[in-house]
Design a protein around this ligand. Structure first.
Ligand code: DAH
Length: 343
């Protein structure tokens, strides 16, 4: 028995992997293992020796089991140590830079205007981008052949009746038709618009407008001026001044262009505002009585104002961007310039 144990110890010392250890376990303690086989010898022994032999055999069995188990633990520890060593992290190395995204700035302008106007009781509504000619033009006082159609060169989808909306103004029609000539309205509608323009620094075949419409009783142009003033100051700061210039839109009467003092030179005059000190950021006006009538509102009882902002235009003025294509070409180097600029 002593020799078997010695031999086992020697064999264990020479190995270092689990498979060899399993073979040794079978060789000594398996069904036909040398230690197991010893127990079959008990029956041949004289009775007085049986007890001692049995006790010794048990001792040897336990010792052999312990030796093999502790070798197993050692092998496992070695494997783990090796693994940990190879996977160890050098905390002195410089970290990997994770590129951070930032909100699209035109989208941010839309959100800012939405939040402000919602706080003033406006609802944000949606409209389809594929629109009826009737809503995009006809009911807005722009019949076929009207010269105003020329400035909004349109993508037609099907014949002459379905088009990609060239402005968000058709949402005015949709909302007023829903109001059935009875309900006051306060909505804004931000959304994509499309025109057959050649893309350049100031034109894009797809761009973003924010339409506003208020219909109620006793509404006047001064309400529009006040609302525009609040929006402009919210977007460009308390120092920003506003002015109206007479203009023409078929769906408003009177119509105005809404200007702000140039953000870049604070009204002193610079190349951006062509030395006027003013920048136009929106078209607007009092809803034309024909448009009110087209939608079932009696112009003697109801009045309203409407405005249309260009979201990219505002973002360009606000962030000093001189090319509208920046918003659509996904050039990360450009977008990086605006990373969390005013977060
Ligand atoms: N729809 C006009 C455009 O795309 C902008 C506009 C002007 C909208 C006056 C309005 C408005 O609601 O009253 O040029």
């Amino acid at each position: 028995m002593e020799n078997i144990l010695k031999e086992l110890k020697k064999e264990l010392a020479d190995i270092n992997d689990e498979q060899a250890l399993n073979e040794i376990r079978t060789k000594y303690l398996g069904k036909k293992g040398s230690i197991t086989l010893l127990s079959s010898k008990i029956k041949d022994l004289p009775n007085e020796e049986k007890k001692e032999f049995g006790a010794n055999l048990n001792k040897i069995k336990t010792e052999a089991t312990n030796l093999i188990d502790s070798k197993k633990a050692k092998i496992e520890k070695d494997i783990l140590d090796k693994k940990l060593e190879s996977e160890s992290i050098d905390i002195s190395l410089p970290s990997t830079k994770v590129p951070m995204g930032s909100p699209n700035i035109a989208g941010k302008v839309v959100e800012e205007i939405e939040e402000l106007l919602m706080s003033m009781g406006y609802d944000v509504v949606d409209g389809p981008e594929i629109e009826k000619d009737e809503y995009n033009f006809e009911m807005l006082n722009v019949p076929k052949g009207h010269p105003a159609r020329d400035s909004q060169d349109t993508f037609y989808v099907e014949g002459e009746e379905l088009l990609l909306r060239s402005q968000t103004s058709p949402v005015q029609i949709r909302t007023m038709l829903e109001g059935k000539g009875e309900k006051p309205i306060r909505i804004i509608c931000p959304g994509k618009t499309y025109r057959r323009d050649n893309d350049d620094a100031t034109h894009s075949h797809q761009f973003m407008q924010i339409e506003g419409l208020l219909i109620d009783k006793n509404v006047s142009l001064s309400d529009l001026k006040g609302t525009f003033d609040v929006i402009a100051k919210h977007l460009f700061g308390e120092d920003c001044e506003t002015r109206f210039r007479p203009s023409y839109y078929p769906f408003t009467e009177p119509s105005v262009e809404m200007d702000i003092t140039c953000h870049s030179c604070q009204g002193k005059g610079c190349p951006i505002c062509k030395n006027t000190g003013w920048i136009t950021i929106s078209g607007a006006g009092m809803v034309h009585s024909d448009v009110l009538k087209n939608c079932g509102y009696d112009p003697k009882e109801w009045q309203g104002f409407a405005f249309g902002f260009g979201a990219e235009r505002i973002a360009m003025v606000k962030y000093g961007i001189d090319d509208i294509r920046v918003f659509y070409t996904n050039d990360l180097r450009e977008m990086k310039n605006f990373d969390r600029k005013d977060d």
